[in-house]
Design a protein around this ligand. Structure first.
Ligand code: F6P
Length: 546
């Protein structure tokens, strides 16, 4: 891999720059010239219909982008990932989240060992435990059944299960309470447990490394809360704490019996982990069968990504469209705008997936990149965003490509009256895509009798690109499909930018410095090497805390 030339020094990159410089017609003209793009620029995967017709691309653009992907050997790297090769070179690790959803009879080897039996052994243990908790067979220390599950974790050990719990709320055990604590701000744990009965509460401590300070601190406080509530008997811990980790030694050191630990492996990245043991609290919420349906959904997209030709390969296309704007239109960000209340945490989840993966400024060989890498990913559920920041997307000076995600059917549980609101919700999604793409010309504004001085204010330029992802219903399988779609999109972009999408060294410095600064805050300790600005802030903090 050491001979991989920089993407930006390739003829395929130059060809895209020239193509961009030639200028493309706007979306009104593109559709006028070729209305069939509404059908041709759609790709299907599993239950997802992905419409990319409202992008500033032609057949030629797409061909040139695919040539760049071929030149960067995206599919070669993809195959190496699926084979279990150590493509996370800076950590010398395989990248095998796809093995987490492989069928029982699959063979995927890491260092000559088939990892699939271990994956299913853990899934079976999780299923057994989840069933026991859900049925009341697993009781707390005082014999009461567990009614509350509190997941303690951060980053990939929080965002995935928390997002998926929200997304699949309609499928959850409604007679149980699920909470997710991540922030080391004591307020997070306080609010999560203040109305809970410790005798009925199970803590799921989720940490790949089991060294993450926020998680260990919160878990320690949760333990104290539990023991205080249950009379101080240490034996209670075994009935109220389970761990999800790759690090048995640290789990035991913390005081959780490793018999209550659900394992995963170093070839699962934190942000790719919620379909591993990290999903235990979700599995308790939705039950093992629904969890397996979700894994099936992931697998549908894995298979698609592995086998679909470039022209019809959804993650490849979505990755390439992102590259087109990020690298050839100076777009700085990418909005993900779900038209589903249940997907309220989806974009936050994608922020870690995308930005921790592709927020890099050296390539796989350690050379500084001279091209843009990962975009800022942002967004909230669509209709709320419409009344907040869509103004900037419609009329601001920045180009913000966006994904609009919607469902044909609302969840079955809604009353008929609330179900009737669904068409209005989806009308908003469709209207936004249309307005962003086609805008409103000055002549159209004038034709409405708008005074001339207001015409520029009421004109919409259009040509704001969107992808519309439509599925029938937000089921566990569809959620798995959506997540895998974005996982592989991120993979494609990392491969094109020739960066390691699977390490996260950029989070380390802050962690080290926080440990160093803490004694300065608590004890007023002298911290060697503290810069003058931070030293002044430490002094101001201590002064005001007196
Ligand atoms: O933020 C860095 C990070 O290592 C993430 O990649 C990870 O998801 C998170 O911290 C939590 O790590 P752990 O699961 O080891 O507690």
């Amino acid at each position: 891999m050491s001979d991989v030339p920089a993407p930006a020094r390739r003829p395929e990159w130059d060809a895209l720059e020239q193509h961009r410089a030639q200028g493309l017609p706007g979306l009104r003209d593109l559709f006028a010239d070729d209305p069939s793009r509404a059908e041709r620029y759609v790709v299907y995967v599993g239950d997802l219909r992905i419409d990319y017709s409202k992008h500033l691309v032609t057949d030629e653009t797409l061909r040139l982008l695919r040539e760049l992907a071929a030149a960067m050997d995206v599919f070669g790297l993809r195959d190496a990932m699926f084979r279990g090769e150590r493509i996370n070179t800076t950590e010398d690790r395989a990248v095998l989240h796809t093995a987490l959803r492989a069928p029982r009879d699959a063979v995927i080897e890491v260092d000559g060992e088939n990892v699939v039996p271990a994956v299913h052994a853990v899934l079976d243990r999780m299923a057994d435990f989840a069933r026991r908790v859900r049925s009341g067979e697993w009781t707390g220390h005082t014999g009461r059944r567990i009614r509350n599950v509190v997941n303690i974790g951060i980053g990939g050990s929080d965002l995935g299960p928390a997002m998926a719990y929200e997304a699949l709320r309609a499928y959850t055990a409604r007679d149980m309470t699920f909470r997710f604590v991540s922030n080391v701000d004591g307020a997070d744990l306080h609010e999560a447990v203040r109305d809970l009965d410790p005798a009925e509460t199970l803590f799921v401590v989720a940490s790949k490394t089991f060294t993450t300070i926020e998680t260990v601190t919160n878990a320690t406080s949760a333990r104290a809360w539990l023991l205080e509530g249950l009379g101080g008997d240490e034996k209670a811990v075994a009935r109220h704490f389970v761990a999800l980790s790759t690090n048995a030694e640290k789990v035991a050191g913390f005081g959780i019996d490793t018999a209550n630990m659900f394992e995963f492996w170093d070839w699962v990245g934190g942000r790719y982990s919620y379909d591993s043991a990290i999903g235990l609290s979700l599995m308790i919420a939705i039950g093992p069968d629904r969890f397996r349906e979700m894994l099936d959904g992931f697998r549908i997209v894995d298979e698609h990504f592995r086998t679909a030709p470039p022209e019809a390969n959804a993650p490849l296309l979505m990755g390439l469209l992102g590259v087109w704007y990020n690298n050839f239109h100076d777009a700085q960000s990418h909005a993900v705008l779900p038209y589903s209340h249940y997907l309220s945490k989806f974009t936050a989840y994608l922020q870690q997936l995308d930005m921790e993966s592709n927020g890099k400024s050296v390539d796989r060989q350690g050379r500084p990149v001279s091209w843009q890498t990962g975009p800022v990913v942002w967004g909230t559920p669509g209709t709320n965003g419409q009344h907040a920041y869509y103004q900037l997307i419609h009329q601001g000076t920045k180009l913000i490509p966006a994904d609009l995600i919607g469902f044909v059917r609302p969840i079955a549980e809604l009353s008929d009256g609330l179900k009737a609101q669904h068409d209005l919700l989806m009308a908003n999604l469709l209207a936004q895509g249309q307005a962003l793409a086609f805008g409103k010309t000055p002549d159209e504004v004038r034709a409405e009798g708008v005074p001339e001085e207001l015409v520029p204010h009421k004109t919409f330029q259009g040509n704001r690109p969107t992808t519309t992802i439509l599925a029938t219903e937000l089921t566990p399988s569809v959620l798995g499909q959506l997540v895998a779609l974005y996982e592989h999109k991120v993979f494609v972009q990392g491969a094109i930018w020739n960066i390691d999408s699977f390490d996260q060294w950029g989070v380390e410095l802050g962690k080290v410095l926080a440990k160093r600064v803490e004694p300065a805050l608590t004890e007023g300790a002298d911290v060697p090497g503290l810069d003058p600005s931070t030293a002044a802030l430490v002094a101001a903090y201590r002064e005001r805390r007196k």
